[in-house]
Design a protein around this ligand. Sequence first.
Ligand SMILES: *[C@@H]1O[C@H](CO)[C@@H](O)[C@H](O)[C@H]1NC(C)=O
Ligand SMILES: *[C@@H]1O[C@H](CO)[C@@H](O)[C@H](O)[C@H]1NC(C)=O
Ligand SMILES: *[C@@H]1O[C@H](CO)[C@@H](O)[C@H](O)[C@H]1NC(C)=O
Ligand SMILES: *[C@@H]1O[C@H](CO)[C@@H](O)[C@H](O)[C@H]1NC(C)=O
Ligand SMILES: *[C@@H]1O[C@H](CO)[C@@H](O)[C@H](O)[C@H]1NC(C)=O
Ligand SMILES: *[C@@H]1O[C@H](CO)[C@@H](O)[C@H](O)[C@H]1NC(C)=O
Length: 677
Amino acid sequence: MGRKKVVIVVFPAGARVLAIVALLVCCCKAAAVQGGDGTTSVRESLVGFLTELAGGDEERARGLGWDASVEPCNGNRTVWPGIGCNGAGDGRITSIVLERKGLDGTINATTLCAAARALRVLSLQGNALRGDLPAAISGCSRLTHIYVGANRLSGSLPPSLVHLTNLQVLNVSRNNFSGEIPAGLSKLVGLVRFCGNDNRFNGTIPEFELSRFDDFSVANNNLTGPIPEYSGDFGGDSFSGNSDGLCGRPNFPPCPPSSNDNDEKKRRRVRTIVMCLGYILLGAGVAAFVLYMLCSKRRRRPSGVGVGKSAFDSSSKAATTTDTPSATPGKSAYSLAMSEERTNAAAAVARAPPPASLVVLQRSGTTSTITLNTSAVEAARKLRFEDLLKSPAELLGRGRFGSAYKVVVPGGAALAVKRVKDAAAEEEFRRRMERVGKVRHPAVLPPLAFYCAMQEKLVVYEFLSQGSLAKLLHGSIESSQVALDWPARLHIAAKVADAMAFMHDALRGDGDGEDANLSFSSYSDEAEASAFGGDAIAHGNLKASNILFTATMEPCISEYGVTAPPLPPSSAPSATLRADVRSYGVLLLELLTGKATAADGAELARWVTAVIREEWTAEVFDRAMLSAVASEQGMVRLLQVAMRCIDATSPPPTMREVAGMVNAIREEDDMSLSSEA
Ligand SMILES: *[C@@H]1O[C@H](CO)[C@@H](O)[C@H](O)[C@H]1NC(C)=O
Ligand SMILES: *[C@@H]1O[C@H](CO)[C@@H](O)[C@H](O)[C@H]1NC(C)=O
Ligand SMILES: *[C@@H]1O[C@H](CO)[C@@H](O)[C@H](O)[C@H]1NC(C)=O
Ligand SMILES: *[C@@H]1O[C@H](CO)[C@@H](O)[C@H](O)[C@H]1NC(C)=O
Ligand SMILES: *[C@@H]1O[C@H](CO)[C@@H](O)[C@H](O)[C@H]1NC(C)=O
Ligand SMILES: *[C@@H]1O[C@H](CO)[C@@H](O)[C@H](O)[C@H]1NC(C)=O
C-alpha cells in the first residue's frame, strides 16, 4: 500500500492577496484572448497575414501601417489603414481593402479567418499575389464580397466557397486560375456578381440562374458546353474568347445533343410515362369514386345539386346530412378537415347549435367614401351560406393563416372568400369582424360578410381582379401591365401607411361604446376613435399579397383584422399594433428591393441590414425602379423608415408617425420632380 503525502500549505495573508491578484490577471488575459479582433495575439496574426501577403518582406508590410501595438479599430473608427470596422463599435473588423499595393506574396486564409471572424469584405485586387485562393477562405463565414482580380493567382477555385452562404460578389478575373468553376457556386442564392474572365478555366459553366445576376463574365477562358439559359445581356461579351467551346446563345453554335443528353432524355421519357400512367390510374380511381358518390347521393336525394364543385362543403353537410357520417365531400377544400373530424362528426352534429348563418356587414353599395361594386354588395346582401357552398370556387392562394377562394355566386357577382385558420374563440372573432366592418377607409377593402361556426371561419370580400402587389412585384413581366417605377412605389407606400394609420387610430380600442359607425370622412380625431370598445385590432397579416388593386390601380388593403397575430399572452395590447408596424417595414423593404420574403421577412431584413452596414446601400435597391424619375435620396430615406420600423432594439414609431415620415418623403419627391420639369 502506498502512502499518500498530504501537504497543507498555509499562506500568510499577504501571499493570499498576491495569489488572488495573479489569478485575476490570468482570467482577464484568457477572456481577452477570446474577445474581439483587438487582442495582442490576434493583432500579431493579422500582421503575420499581411507579411505573407507582402511575400515575407517585413519592411514592406510595416510600410502599410498595421501596428500590432495598437488596436485596428477604435470603436467603429478605423486605426489601421485599409481596415473597415463594425458600425456597432465593438472593435470587430468587417472589411480589409488592400488594392494596388504591389503585394506579391500569398493569401494565408487560415490565419486571416481565425483572426477576423466578422470579415465581410476582402479586396486584394490589383496586386501580384501568387499561389491559390485557399480552401480555408470558407472559414470567414460572413464574407459577402471577395475581390482578388488582377493578380497572379493560380490553381483551381476551392469547392469550399459554397460554404460562404452570404456571398454576393466573387471577382477572380484576370488571374491564372485553372480547372473547373465549382458547380456549387450556382447554389449560392445571394451571389449576384461573378467575374471569372481572363483565366484558364476549363470544363462547363455551372447552372447559374443568370437572370438573377447583375454582372457575370467568364470570357477568355477555355470553357466548353452550354451557356445557361437567360434572356438578358450583361453588356460587353461575357462568354467570348472561349475558343468556340461554348454553345447555345445567339452568335454561338447550337448545342449538339450529346450521348449523355440522349441517355438523360431517355430516362426522362421513361419517368414521364411512368408518371402519366400513375396519374391516369389515380384519375380513374377518383372518377370512379366521384361517380359512386354521385350515384349514392342521387338515390338518397333525387333533386340533389352538383357535388364536389364547391370549396365550402363539409361543415354544412355535417349539419344537414346527419344520416351519413361517412359522407366524403368530393374535391372539397374542406375534405381534409372533414376527414379528421369524421369520427366524431355525428356526435358533434347531435350537440351542435343550429348552424350559424352569414353575418352581412355592408348593406349599401356606396358609403360616404368607398364605392363598392354594387353587384358584389347586392350579392352579399342576399347571400346565404348555402349559396357559397353551391357556387364554383377557385383557389386563389394559400397562406400561413388560411386560404382564399374566388367564388362566383348565383347572379354572376364574383366574391373573394377567405377561409381563416384562426385559433381565436368564435365570440372573439365575431366581435372583431363586426368592429372592423364598421370602420371604413378608401384604401381598405371592407368585409362584406362573415361566417363563423364551430370549425369554420369565413370572411367574404368583393373580388378585385387586378391582382396583388406581390404579383406585381414578383410576377412575370408579361403579367404586369403596370410598371412599378419609383413614384408608383412611393405612392403605394404612402397610401398603405395612411390607411394603416387610420385603421390603427380607429381600432385602438380604449373605450367601450359599440355603435359608432366610423368612416373616413366623419373621422376627425382620436376622441372619436375611442368610441370603440375592446382590445386594439391590428391587421395581423400585412404583406404584399394582401395589398390589392382597384380598377383604377389604387392600392387597397385586404384582410384587415382577419387574423389575430400569435403573440405571447403577456404582451401589451399595443404589441399587435407594433407587429403591424414591423410588417409595414418589411413591406417597404420588399418595395425597395423587389425581393420576395418568406414568412415574417426576417431574412430580407437581415440581408438589407448586412448590405447597409457595409455601406453598399445602392446595391439593395430593385433595379427595375431605378429610372430617370428615381431619386436615390428619397429611396435612402424610405429605407431608413423601413429600418426604423423593423428595428427590434428601440421602441418602434406608431403607424401615424410612419405615415407622416413617408408622406414627407413623398412631398419632397414631388417638389423636386416639379422643379426639375
Ligand atoms: C460610430 O459610433 C458613433 C457612436 O459610438 C456613432 O455616432 C456614429 O454614427 C458611428 N459611425 C458609423 C459610421 O457607424
Ligand atoms: C499560415 O500561417 C500559419 C501561421 O503562421 C502557418 O502555420 C501556416 O502553415 C500558414 N499556411 C500556409 C498555407 O502557408
Ligand atoms: C473585377 O475585377 C477586375 C480586376 O480587378 C476589375 O477590372 C473589374 O472591374 C471587377 N469587376 C467588377 C464587376 O467588380
Ligand atoms: C499560369 O500557371 C501555369 C501553371 O499552372 C504556368 O505554367 C504559367 O506560367 C502561369 N502563367 C502566368 C501568366 O503566370
Ligand atoms: C481541365 O484542366 C485540367 C488541367 O489543368 C485537366 O486535368 C482536366 O481534365 C480538365 N478538365 C476538362 C473538363 O477538360
Ligand atoms: C483548352 O482545352 C482543350 C481540351 O479541353 C485543350 O486541348 C487546349 O489546349 C486548351 N487550351 C488552352 C489555351 O488551355
